[in-house]
Design a protein around this ligand. Sequence first.
Ligand code: ADP
Length: 217
Amino acid sequence: MGQFAVIGLGRFGSAASLELMKMGHSVLGVDTNGKVVDKLADQITHAVIADVTDREALEELGLDNYDVVLVAIGEDVQASLLCVVHLKSLAISTIWVKATSHAQHLILSKLGVARIIHPEEEMGIRVAQALSYPMVNDYISLGNGEFVVEIGVSERLEGILLSEVLQDIPDTIHVLLIKRRSDITVHPPGEFILQAKDVLVLLGQLTTLKAIAPKLV
Ligand code: ADP
């Protein structure tokens, strides 16, 4: 279980806080706005009203005990940058920041921020991918064109052996696992009999994955 601090509880910050709680982590949420703090108070570990542009107020939060501090202040770029400068001066090691512009990105990278997030762009790319490849439920990019993708098996393949399906698929594609409701079979054998709605988790080059996806749906 990790300890996370989320600064700025707007839509992005509160969604991130609630998801971290769901995953079993402990979350400190901070905002200047008493209303948003009250709203989350019962749902996260600690919710505190503080202005993070004030170095002393920030120091009092004891953020050095946290694994990651996520700065999720969106519109007020000056407040976000000032907060990051204070966090750096307090020797907070792992800082993630939501950025809204390229200028902010540049400054944050000069400040040595561990991860700069552009939620609108990242979401836009994911939505475009989902629209282009509706058969792909979810994916992770591993870099260099390598992807892990989740593809739902169509009814057409009900009762067919996995080995038969794999005959048509290049061996550069790896079937990492098959999900059937809550059951997971890691490295499924060739004799595995597919059912409609099974979900295959595949690893391979995106170009190859795109080419073979129609054989599964
Ligand atoms: P989103 O697009 O995710 O909703 P917003 O910019 O609307 O992002 O929300 C950011 C949150 O950060 C707001 O709830 C705001 O009150 C909070 N915030 C802004 N400045 C500060 C500050 N100096 N200290 C703490 N919280 C702040």
